[in-house]
Design a protein around this ligand. Structure first.
Ligand SMILES: [Zn+2]
Length: 507
């Protein structure tokens, strides 16, 4: 994700209304309580659920033609139990659940915090496949000061689930450590077009409505799913080695946006020269007619607000560098997903790194100058948001607060330090190996440290500890003259001559 103008309105968390439940050990034989569970994420204790691994989701949405009405939906989850389960917790809130089936048999269900707790007729044994079918609604309306996964556009809907909003759209195991395959079906009335993450499987055209089906060829985290429904046009082009590239644009804007969209194949080729083959089956931009204030790296189809490409005050190099930021996430964050949200710096640090490197190579914007400015600000970013790999928890009701400068240029600064430490050739080999070894997988800070140590041919544990977990920024290798800047002089992120009218940071 990258903020491109004003921050999103903060979502008031329903979870605040529910007292935090600490789960105690239950005596053997006693029934498990109906409480929200989590996978132990330090920043989001109730995200994800223990006891099963999801293999695939089949999501089927029916859109009425109005983005002010709930969609009807059927979510089918194929999972495998990793322990015996009396109850299965899914993450889901903000929609009405009509029925739940477990392996084709009706099951009881109840809400607990932001969890949907399903009780099958009989306990599920360990290590078995299980199919859970939930019939529910998916409501794109959120209260004032609320936000969720659906983004209402002028002509329909798009999706922005990061970090913790997928479960406001569909029942799921809403944590990036449990990636799964997705089949997404959308039925929408005549005049609309639906596009989703992955490649099209087919479309059933009816007189009044059509159903589009998309399927991913690679596992995906719930936070990265994308569905676009609108009066849109899909533009097709070809990327490196025949990669299908498709963009989704409001039909009326297709001509005006083409000068930007046609740059994507060259961006992909540039990234491939840096880190190796593009990791997915397709790519493209979804340009939503909405004021979101951010761009988001939804898998195979990055979400941008249309106006980001029409604001005359934004320099060309800056717009392109943000396109590259979201593209770089397809490798860093999407193909290689964070094991916990504290590993977010691996996503944003790398995306900011390639964003800055592109701006240097293609537009002469000095990376070293940007890093020196980041060094000046780094101690204050750490004070405000924590060190890059141990970010402070988001404030209650402000969960996207984890997207702070400490994990953007603050983490890119660490990558610069690492390159200084191990030398450019070894650093480049590390980057290529990282996205190859952990492709389609999940990895964390320690995994990166171990691989870096391998390529540096020395133990980098102390270096990582100081840079990623320290309260103060360590000295920069090769730049002993770099010093923290006093608060008033700090300029954040890349230099943009005139900032977006609404202010806010970028980077
Ligand atoms: Zn980002």
């Amino acid at each position: 994700m990258v903020l491109t103008s004003r921050p999103r309105a903060r979502r008031v968390q329903a979870v605040l209304l529910v007292p935090t439940v600490s789960v105690c050990l239950i005596a053997a034989g006693a029934p498990t309580p109906t409480v929200p569970l989590g996978v132990g994420d330090r920043l989001f204790p109730h995200l994800g659920n223990p006891g099963y691994d999801v293999d695939s989701y089949d999501l089927a949405f029916t859109y009425t033609g109005s983005n002010r009405e709930p969609l009807t939906a059927v979510t089918t989850i194929d999972a495998r139990t990793t322990t015996s389960l009396e109850r299965v917790n899914l993450d889901f809130t903000h929609g009405k659940v009509r029925s739940v089936e477990v392996n084709g048999v009706r099951a009881a269900h109840a809400g607990a915090g932001e969890d949907l707790v399903v009780t099958p007729r009989a306990p599920l044994p360990k290590g078995r496949p299980v199919r859970i079918t939930v019939r529910h609604t998916s409501d794109p309306r959120y209260g004032r000061d609320q936000e969720g996964g659906w983004v209402r556009t002028r002509d329909g809907l798009a999706m922005a689930n990061q970090a913790d909003a997928a479960h406001l759209v569909f029942p799921c195991n809403d944590h990036p450590s449990d990636k799964a395959m997705f089949t997404i079906r959308v039925t929408a009335p005549k005049g609309h077009t639906a596009v989703a993450s992955g490649l099209p499987v087919g479309v059933d055209r009816g007189a009044r409505a059509s159903t589009w089906t998309y399927r991913t060829e690679h596992p995906m985290a719930t936070e990265l799913a994308q569905i676009s429904i609108g009066r849109s046009t899909v533009l097709h082009r070809t990327g490196p080695y025949g990669l299908p590239v498709r963009d989704v644009v409001p039909t009326k804007d297709r001509g005006a946006l083409e000068k930007w969209l046609k740059k994507t194949p060259a961006h992909i080729a540039w990234m491939e020269r840096k880190v190796g083959p593009y990791p997915f089956e397709t790519y493209g931009l979804l340009l939503a007619d909405a004021r979101t204030g951010f761009a988001l790296e939804t898998q195979t189809l990055s979400l941008f607000e249309r106006d980001f490409f029409t604001r005359p005050e934004l320099p060309k190099w800056y717009v392109e560098s943000i396109m590259v930021h979201e593209l770089a996430h397809q490798w860093f964050g999407n193909s290689v997903s964070p094991r916990t949200w504290s590993d977010l710096w691996l996503n944003e640090g790398h995306a900011s790194w390639y964003e800055a490197l592109y701006a240097e190579e293609e537009a002469g914007r000095s990376l070293e100058d940007r890093m020196e400015r980041a060094y000046g600000a780094s101690d204050q970013w750490r004070a405000a948001g924590g060190p890059p790999a141990a970010p402070k928890a988001p404030k209650p009701g402000q969960k996207i607060d984890i997207f702070r400068p400490n994990v953007y240029d603050g983490a890119a600064l660490f990558l610069y330090a690492l390159r200084q430490k191990m030398g450019s050739p070894a650093f480049q080999r590390l980057e290529r190996a990282w996205v190859s070894v952990y492709r389609d997988g999940v990895a964390d800070t320690e995994d990166f440290q171990e691989l870096a140590s391998l390529f540096a041919k020395r133990d980098l544990r102390a270096f990582f500890r100081a840079w990623l977990y320290g309260r103060k920024t360590p000295p920069m290798p090769g730049h002993p003259d770099w010093k923290p800047t006093s608060a008033r002089k700090i300029e954040v992120g890349p230099h943009v001559k005139s900032r977006p009218a609404r202010g806010g940071r970028a980077g």
